[in-house]
Design a protein around this ligand. Structure first.
Ligand code: C2E
Ligand code: CA
Ligand code: CA
Ligand code: CA
Length: 274
């Protein structure tokens, strides 16, 4: 059975269901942004590769809607991007981040910024003003950007990135290897950190080609004087391999899961001086 457009009926129905979900998520998200308490941040440790030592923690958004239940961040951030809510959402999350940085003066974080949020005209100036007001140093914040940003509008992106770096933020290129950007961007745009995507790290011990690829990315990054984080470390073998290949920092379930601020402090901050 096919529709006039030639698309199988079942597929069409699937798309309609997805659209309906997106509308429901958008509506619930609007409500969530008006009433605080539904959105939160978890923190996943990023450790030195050679020792269990917290370098910083990646803030990861969580949302449980009273009507829809828990929604994965990939999903609600995609909806927020399409509906223009992402700027407001990002502001709400940054407010939470600042509260947490105030509460834990020894904490350094990385924070995911979606392309639309970064390109919003007042993003940098608002953030800088807010941090100044609260006396939080921008040096404690690394902003994680994706390659998509660089592809959409490299000129404007470079301008915004320059502004943020001048203010003292660190910048990381997230999910490296999964996007469309060229190595040229890496040279021209001034990043501090390169995050090698999980897809390159998974099963590293069983795949010599993947190992060669990770090695090449590490060498490239180090030649450009970037710090490298390998994401998605799930096993001891993966950890040992990326460490031996020269990776600086590691992140993944094998190191630790995303957790709330209190637990992060217990497990990673309070023990620092032992
Ligand atoms: P991401 O920035 O690449 O974040 C890493 C994701 O990998 C997180 O998923 C994390 O929980 C997960 N992860 C960490 N270690 C492992 C591992 O060892 N194995 C596996 N399988 N997964 C691991 P999460 O929290 O579901 O976030 C998904 C994506 O949603 C993030 O990917 C990021 O793109 C986006 N996101 C999350 N929070 C925010 C936010 O506050 N703002 C923006 N713009 N995007 C966010
Ligand atoms: Ca990230
Ligand atoms: Ca990533
Ligand atoms: Ca990702």
């Amino acid at each position: 059975k096919r529709r006039r457009g030639g698309r199988p009926v079942a597929f069409g129905a699937m798309i309609e269901a997805a659209d309906r979900d997106a509308r429901a998520i958008e509506k619930a998200l609007r409500a969530a942004l008006r009433r605080p308490g539904q959105l939160s941040l978890l923190y996943q440790p990023i450790s030195a590769a050679g020792a269990r030592r917290l370098e910083r923690a990646e803030a990861l958004a969580r949302w449980t809607s009273p009507e829809l239940g828990p929604i994965p961040p990939d999903r609600f951030i995609a909806v927020a991007e399409r509906s223009g809510l992402v700027v407001e959402l990002g502001q709400a999350l940054l407010g939470q981040l600042c509260d947490d940085l105030e509460e834990r003066p020894e904490l350094a974080v990385s924070f995911n910024v979606s392309p639309l949020q970064l390109l919003a005209p007042s993003f940098a100036s608002d953030l800088i003003a807010e941090l100044r007001r609260r006396r939080i140093s921008p040096a404690r914040i690394e902003l994680e950007l994706t390659e998509r940003l660089l592809v959409d509008d490299p000129r404007l992106a470079a301008e915004r990135m320059g502004e943020l770096r001048a203010a003292g933020f660190r910048l990381a290129l997230d999910d490296f290897g999964t996007g469309y950007s060229s190595i040229g961007y890496l040279r021209e745009m001034s990043f501090d950190t390169l995050k090698i995507d999980r897809s390159f790290v998974t099963g590293l011990e069983r795949c010599p080609e993947r190992r060669a690829l990770v090695k090449a990315m590490l060498d490239l990054a180090h030649a450009l004087e970037l710090q490298v984080v390998c994401e998605g470390i799930e096993t001891d073998e993966e950890l040992a391999l990326v460490r031996d290949l020269g990776c600086d920092l590691v992140q993944g379930y094998h190191i630790d899961r995303p957790m709330n601020l209190g637990r992060l402090a217990e497990r990673w901050l309070d023990q620092r001086h032992e």
